[in-house]
Design a protein around this ligand. Structure first.
Ligand code: COI
Length: 326
């Protein structure tokens, strides 16, 4: 058995080596993302794994199929970079990773607290010996209503974490999960918008959720609403966010993801001329926290991301059902 892994980061190498021994497989590690230009590298391998920056398009899948490779495992939870519809039609197998939701859920709580306590400004001031309090007065969680949009594994874990803070928790999802009962109340999206002081997104990026945060939805929210996004940048219309911050409709924004991050995040771009104007403009506001898509990035997540790729490909190649098939 031979697999080829793309987008391999330095910190994943030990795990690839470890699982390659454990499974008795030959594993080729490539740091580049998988594209049509380098897909030939995969010739002769039984399966392919990537992270989220490779676009697993219909054309790429057809190319792999023509080379005798019929599966790709993304080491990410999100799979919006894969053409799932085409895969199903073409008989190309795709699976994602189901690493524990705890890392992203912890990070979400951190961002909520940082946003509510104006921590970015406090941190900036400390760097220049400005220890003033003016403008830093925060809000307490138990006094607030927090809305969780999306109650999959991550959203549910965020709700679990929030229960200790004593806040009122509202939840929205098209599928209601009984595990949420007693911790949060399911309501419709408009109620989330109308009643929540903090709204955190934990929904996948699909056609119906793309740009769900836009001028129209922002208008429905409380003045000074705090928005958190540790899911996908494209859930939010960035121009609308800028309007929201400038008009003070949005009180604070904490974004671990942003539209246009592809090609920027997870890279050292210090000496480059970056082209994403909205990203640079948003970042400079004192009440906007932006991090480089790292909510997922923990020791537990990384080992499990690699393990999931091995497991998924193992099942696909054996023709067995795969629990993480998408
Ligand atoms: C995911 O697992 O879906 C992530 O967002 C993390 C990834 C981009 C490395």
């Amino acid at each position: 058995m031979k697999i080829i892994a793309f987008e391999v980061r330095e910190d994943e190498r030990d795990y690839f080596e470890r699982f390659s021994k454990e499974y008795g497989w030959e594993v080729k590690l490539v740091t580049d993302k998988l594209t049509l230009d380098n897909v030939e590298l995969a010739r002769g391998y039984n399966g392919v794994t990537t992270l989220g920056w490779s676009q697993i398009t219909a054309e790429l899948q057809d190319k792999l199929l023509a080379m005798g490779i019929s599966c790709c495992a993304t080491r990410t939870v999100g799979y919006d970079h894969m053409d799932v519809k085409h895969a199903r039609e073409a008989g190309f197998k795709l699976c994602n990773a189901n690493y524990p939701p705890t890392g992203v859920a912890d990070y979400t709580i951190m961002l909520i607290l940082m946003a509510l306590r104006n921590y970015k400004q406090a941190l900036w001031r400390g760097q220049v010996n400005d220890y003033s309090l003016q403008g830093l007065r925060g809000r307490e969680m138990h006094d607030l209503t927090i809305g969780i949009v999306g109650t999959g594994r991550i959203g549910k874990k965020v709700i679990d974490n929030l229960t200790g803070f004593g806040c009122r928790i509202l939840a929205y999802d098209v599928y209601q999960d009984s595990a949420v009962a007693g911790k949060a109340d399911y309501v419709d999206l408009d109620t989330i918008y109308r009643e929540c002081d903090v709204i955190s997104l934990h929904t996948p990026l699909i056609e119906s959720t793309a740009y769900m945060i836009n001028c129209e939805s922002l208008e429905k929210m409380k003045d000074g609403v705090v928005l958190i996004n540790c899911a996908r940048g494209e859930l939010m219309d960035v121009e609308a966010l800028i309007w929201g911050i400038e008009s003070k409709k949005i009180g604070a924004l904490a974004l671990d993801v942003i539209e246009g991050e592809r090609g920027i995040y997870h890279q050292d771009r210090r000496t480059d001329i970056l082209q994403n104007k909205n990203m640079a403009y948003l970042r400079q506001f004192p009440n906007v926290i932006m991090t480089q898509h790292l909510a997922f990035y923990t020791d537990i997540a990384v080992i499990n991301m690699v393990r999931c790729a091995f497991e998924g490909i193992k099942h696909f190649v054996a023709g067995e059902p795969c629990e993480t098939e998408v």
